[in-house]
Design a protein around this ligand. Sequence first.
Ligand SMILES: Cc1cc2nc3c(=O)[nH]c(=O)nc-3n(C[C@H](O)[C@H](O)[C@H](O)COP(=O)(O)OP(=O)(O)OC[C@H]3O[C@@H](n4cnc5c(N)ncnc54)[C@H](O)[C@@H]3O)c2cc1C
Ligand code: SF4
Length: 471
Amino acid sequence: MKDAYEVVIIGSGFGGAITGCRLAEAGYSVCILERGKHYKKGEFPRKFDDSRDWFWNSKLDFNGFIDFRFDKDIAVLLSSGVGGGSLIYANVHIRAPENIFKQGWPRDINRDVLSSYYDKVAEMLNVSPLPEHKNLPKTEAIRKVADEIGKGNDWDKPDLAIYWGEERVEKEDPYGFGIDIVQTGCRYCGECVIGCNYYSKNTLDLNYIPVAVNNGAECFPLHEVSKIEQEDEGYNVFYRDLDKKTEGVVFGKKVIVAAGSLGSTELLLRCRYQYKTLPKLSKSLGHNFSGNGDFLAGALNTKGEFADLQPRNGPTITSFIKYWNQYPEFYLEEGGMPLDELVFLAGAFRPDSDYLKKLKRSILRSIFPRTIFRRRSNKLFIETIGKGEGELPSDMMLFLAMGRDAADGQIRLKRIFPLPFFPQKLDLRWRNKQSMPLFDKIIEEQKKVTEGLIPIWVCNFHFSHQKLSVV
Ligand SMILES: Cc1cc2nc3c(=O)[nH]c(=O)nc-3n(C[C@H](O)[C@H](O)[C@H](O)COP(=O)(O)OP(=O)(O)OC[C@H]3O[C@@H](n4cnc5c(N)ncnc54)[C@H](O)[C@@H]3O)c2cc1C
Ligand code: SF4
């Protein structure tokens, strides 16, 4: 790594990778610092013997790709690794409708302004819907139910960032980026949210990042930024090299903080209030975060023609019903799940799990005193999803809804005990009250859809699961 760059970018998810690529193309010297690993083809874990391969927690030396945070009011799911959230996202590309920008956005940002950029991203990520010839039971089921409940015109298949080349067949640089990547046609295995081991997902490490590197950008995995300090002509960025266990500093004339909703906010809050290196940052920092209206639910024991929905098959999400042009607005998407892996994740939160034991030890050491994985939610999770038996039934359907919530959350630093020498921890405050019209409406509409699938049991993870929202 050089001592100085024109631009230092923190994080390699959508914000960091795209900015890094375009700045490098424009001739700037660019350094991207990413806390997570760079996963190569086939490197996402599938064995369940070491939770360190799966989960992220730098203080405990867990360098996995899933960063799962349970706070008192809200649970947040994030990713770490070169490509950021694209590694575990559901590949869905939906463009925000025009009216979203009427409230809470800077005046100059609206759908018209963003349209050409949406086009560019769509082109770069080569998005298109699930191919017609691939008729999955879960996709077809939702289409039929949408028809039955009078929402047939609002059913659709979203654009997905997936390489639909010939199934399981490898192709070198299929999109002609001039990069040394061999992708494989999607095999419909449903593992998108635990990292695609076949280079079939068009994740950012297969397009924006290598194109940035081809244009001279440098990307450093396992480099976690801890502090930003202003200097006359720019900023010193302090980092920990998690591989070599060393610390370092790099200078950037400009710094782009693209470490995700929690990562960016925590870093900036610490720089403003704890280290006092960026004291001029706005006091609004951390206010008005949104949970994206995310709402997870499921239908179990679906019946008749819907008895075999095969939730593991196909990409995670393949279709949606739109509840737009109404109040409150949202999308309802069906969701597939990787079965055994999900059961493992549930198992990781068992009271006797290796992962939990380590966290508890760290709690004793006062590193994470507020990281609480409640037994109740753990039990519920295992009982409802995995039944602790290692298999998820085929007669079930998951739903993910997302819409416009009240965006009245607050991210702040809080001392474990109100004494100055105790460390400050990130604290997420989230109240459902103002967002209840949205969630009530989602529950109402979800019920109609699940009744269409004739289930005998419907579970709303959102509220039974510690009153949490999963972002
Ligand atoms: C399971 C799941 C499914 C989703 N599905 C969809 C979907 O289908 N469609 C959609 O549009 N959105 C989806 N999302 C949301 C989407 O992934 C996020 O909105 C998006 O990733 C945010 O981009 P970002 O660049 O802000 O942050 P991220 O993509 O989270 O990137 C931030 C990066 O910064 C790194 N970082 C954090 N702190 C530091 C630090 N201190 N130093 C160095 N690096 C750091 C992180 O490791 C990460 O790689 C999904 C999210 C999840 C969790
Ligand atoms: S369905 Fe499987 S092969 Fe296709 S993108 Fe998802 S993880 Fe990759």
